[in-house]
Design a protein around this ligand. Structure first.
Ligand code: ATP
Ligand code: AH0
Length: 394
C-alpha cells in the first residue's frame, strides 16, 4: 500500500512528508521511500506556533483557526508529494506538538498535536490517521517516543547492539540490542532546539540554525556550564522519560544566557557550549541507563547534518563508530515521517504501534484515530478498507 507519513517536530521548521510503499507481513515488512519533501511553514504561522509552545494563551476560536491552518499546510505537503508519484491511499499525520506533559505519579500525561486529521482527510480525499499519542497516554505511557518500534523492525542487526539517536529539536534514543533483549528508548534532552534559539538571537533573526555546525565550530565549549546544566533533574531521571519545548524552550535558553554572563563567552563559545550540552547529555544518559554501551551509534534527524555535533559525539564515544541511518538505507531526514506512515498502516491492520518498554504504558495499544473521507452519501474510506481487507486478509 502507498502511504504518506507527515510530521512537524519540535524544531517547528516545517512539515516532513514521506510517500512510502509498504509491503510484507508481521516480522517481514518491506519499505520503499518513493518521495520525500520538506514544506517550510509560512513565517507567520511558524511564529504563532512557537508563541503557543512558549505558553501564549489562545481563545477557543483562535485555537480552532490555528488547528485548521496547520492541517491545511499538512494537506498541502501530502498533495505536493503526489504530484510526481502515483497517488497515495492513506495518510498518517503526526501533526504539530504544541504541548506535552509527561505522566507524573498517578496523573495521566497530556500531549496535544494540532492539524486535525479530519480536515486533512477532507482536503486530500485520503483516509487519514492522526492523534497517535493519546492511546499510549491513556494506557499510562508517555506517548513518546513512538519511532523506536520502526528502529526495531528496520535497524536491528544480528551482530551489533545499536543506538539510534534522533537529533531533532529534542533528542531521543532507541537502544536495539542484537539479541531479543528488551528494546529501550527515551528522550535524551535538547537536540537542536536551544542551538536554534541561540542562532536566531545572535544573528538577530537572520539565521534559524547553525548550518553544519560551522558557527559553533569556531568557539570553545565552557565545560563548567555544561556540568552545571547537566545537574538538572531531567538528565538524572531514569527512563521512561519524555520532554519538549516546555522544558528546553525559550525560558531555558534565557536562563542559559544569564548563567553564561559571568564567563564572558562569545556567541560562538555559547553555541559550542549548547552543542556540547546536547552531546554530553546523550553520553551521560547512555552511560547511566543502558545495560552497556552500544557497538554502533546511528544518527538521524536534522542535527545529523551538523558536522561539529557529529564530530563531538564521535570524539566522546570513540572508538564506537557514529554514522547516519542514511548510510544503512533508512533516510535520516524522513525517518520520522516514514514511521507515521507505517504506524497508520498498522492502525488499519490493527497492529499495536507502541513499545511499553519505551513509553511506560501498561500494555500494547492501537495507535491513532482513523478519519474517513466523507463525500455526499458515500464514505470513501469504506471501499479503501474493504479492498484492504481482501488483500491484507483482515
Ligand atoms: N545542515 C544542517 N546543519 C546543522 N543543523 C541542521 C542542518 N539541517 C537541519 N539542521 C537542524 O535540524 C533541525 C530540524 O531537524 P528535524 O526536522 O529532525 O527536527 P524535528 O523533527 O522538528 O524535531 P523532533 O525530532 O524533536 O520532533 C533544524 O531546526 C536545525 O537545527
Ligand atoms: C511529544 C512529542 O512530540 N515528542 C517528540 C519530540 O521530538 C523528539 C522527541 O521529542 C520524541 O519523543 C517525539 O517525537 C518522535 C517523532 C517520536 O515520538 O519518536
Amino acid at each position: 500500500m502507498r502511504v504518506i507519513g507527515l510530521i512537524s517536530g519540535t524544531s517547528v521548521d516545517g512539515i516532513d512528508g514521506a510517500l512510502v510503499e509498504i509491503s510484507g507481513s508481521p516480522g517481514d515488512w518491506h519499505l520503499e521511500l518513493l518521495a520525500g519533501t520538506t514544506l517550510p511553514y509560512p513565517v507567520d504561522l511558524r511564529s504563532q506556533i512557537l508563541d503557543v509552545c512558549a505558553g501564549k494563551s489562545l481563545s477557543m476560536p483562535e485555537l480552532a483557526e490555528l488547528d485548521d491552518a496547520i492541517a491545511t499546510v499538512f494537506a498541502d505537503a501530502a498533495l505536493s508529494l503526489q504530484q510526481s508519484s502515483e497517488p497515495a491511499e492513506l495518510i498518517g499525520s503526526h501533526g504539530q506538538t504544541v504541548f506535552h506533559r509527561p505522566p507524573q505519579n498517578h496523573q495521566l500525561g497530556y500531549s496535544l498535536q494540532l492539524g486535525r486529521g479530519e480536515l486533512i482527510a477532507q482536503l486530500t480525499g485520503l483516509t487519514t490517521v492522526s492523534n497517535f499519542r493519546v492511546a499510549d497516554i491513556a494506557a499510562g505511557g508517555h506517548g513518546a517516543p513512538l519511532v523506536p518500534i520502526l528502529d526495531t523492525y528496520f535497524l536491528r542487526h544480528p551482530n551489533y547492539d545499536r543506538c539510534i539517536q534522533n537529533l531533532g529539536g529534542i533528542g531521543n534514543v532507541t537502544y536495539v540490542p542484537k539479541t531479543d533483549n528488551q528494546i529501550l528508548g527515551w528522550d535524551t534532552g535538547p537536540g537542536n532546539a536551544l542551538i536554534d534559539l541561540a542562532v536566531e538571537y545572535f544573528s538577530e533573526g537572520a539565521q534559524t540554525y547553525d548550518r553544519d555546525g560551522a558557527w559553533a565550530a569556531t568557539g570553545t565549549p565552557c565545560i563548567a556550564l555544561v556540568e552545571q546544566w547537566l545537574e538538572q533533574d531531567f538528565f538524572q531521571q531514569p527512563p521512561p522519560k519524555s520532554t519538549g519545548r516546555e522544558l528546553f524552550g525559550v525560558d531555558y535558553w534565557q536562563r542559559c544566557l544569564r548563567e553564561a554572563e559571568p564567563y564572558n563567552l562569545s556567541p560562538a563559545d555559547i553555541l559550542a557550549t549548547l552543542t556540547e550540552l546536547t552531546v554530553v547529555s546523550i553520553h551521560h544518559s547512555y552511560c547511566q541507563f543502558l545495560p552497556e554501551l552500544p557497538d554502533q551509534i546511528l544518527l538521524c534527524g536534522g542535527g545529523s547534518h551538523n558536522h561539529y555535533l557529529q564530530q563531538r559525539l564521535q570524539t566522546l564515544f570513540a572508538p564506537i563508530p557514529v554514522f547516519s541511518t542514511s548510510e544503512l538505507g533508512l533516510n535520516a531526514d524522513f525517518k520520522e515521517a516514514i514511521a507515521f506512515a507505517v504506524l497508520a498502516y498498522w492502525r488499519l491492520l490493527e497492529i499495536p504501534g507502541n513499545l511499553p518498554s519505551v513509553t511506560g504504558a501498561v500494555s500494547e495499544v492501537l495507535l491513532g484515530e482513523i478519519h474517513p473521507v466523507f463525500t455526499p452519501n458515500v464514505i470513501r474510506s469504506q471501499s479503501l478498507t474493504l479492498s484492504g481487507l481482501k488483500t491484507l486478509r483482515f
